[in-house]
Design a protein around this ligand. Structure first.
Ligand code: GRF
Length: 194
């Protein structure tokens, strides 16, 4: 079973889907903790499952590397095999990335390298393109520049709003993330067997 720590910043609908998948046994992983950089409402999903939560605030004027090391130490204290950023809206500094990558994933609501950054859905929507997508990547020191592990196209409909488009993209993000974690679990299982 892959031990996972998930980091969020918002409502955590993707987190909830992941937790439900783990509970249903369709995702061979155990979420051992859920953290956030703010008191995110999505932490309630972890509490629903009795999973430990933590908040590592990034206070104004905080040193990013100092915050990143604190966050890395807290995440590492749960002994994860894998760390997933799921709607975590703060750039993790190199000190954090180098602690966990390549077992450090991020889901992004665009077909990278198209539309990187914090406003991917809005940018695609405003670009007037016919389609965008969702991606799961390994986090590196750049902004959404890491190796792409999975991605899929999402069509933009005439009657879409940014919200309806994002909601459809999130469904694909959840499916891609579940597939990637299943692959990791199968690979780990294969390694243990050999
Ligand atoms: C997701 O689309 C994620 O890719 C992006 O922010 C959204 C988080 O949504 N970074 P939620 O908090 O899981 O509902």
């Amino acid at each position: 079973m892959v031990r996972v720590v998930v980091l969020i910043s918002g409502s955590g609908s993707n987190l909830r889907a992941f937790l439900d998948g783990c509970a249903a046994g369709t995702i061979p992983a155990e979420v051992v903790a859920v953290g956030a950089d703010v008191d995110a409402s999505g932490l309630d999903h972890a509490r629903h499952y009795g999973i430990p939560t933590f908040v590592e605030q990034f206070a104004r004027g905080d040193d990013r590397d100092e915050w990143g090391k604190r966050l890395a130490d807290t995440v590492a204290s749960f002994d994860p095999d894998l760390v997933i950023l799921s709607g975590f809206m703060r750039l993790v500094p190199p000190v954090f990335v180098h602690r966990f990558a390549p077992m450090l994933l991020n889901t992004h609501p665009a077909y990278l390298p198209e539309f990187p950054g914090a406003h991917a859905v809005r940018d695609a929507f405003e670009a007037g393109v016919p389609e965008t997508g969702a991606s799961v990547i390994v986090v590196d020191d750049g902004v959404d520049t890491g190796p792409i592990l999975a991605q899929r196209r999402v069509l933009i409909r005439e009657d879409d709003t940014e919200q309806t488009l994002h909601d459809r993209i999130k469904v694909v993000e959840r499916e891609l993330l579940a597939d990637v974690v299943r692959d990791i679990a199968n690979r780990e299982h294969a390694i243990e067997e050999n």
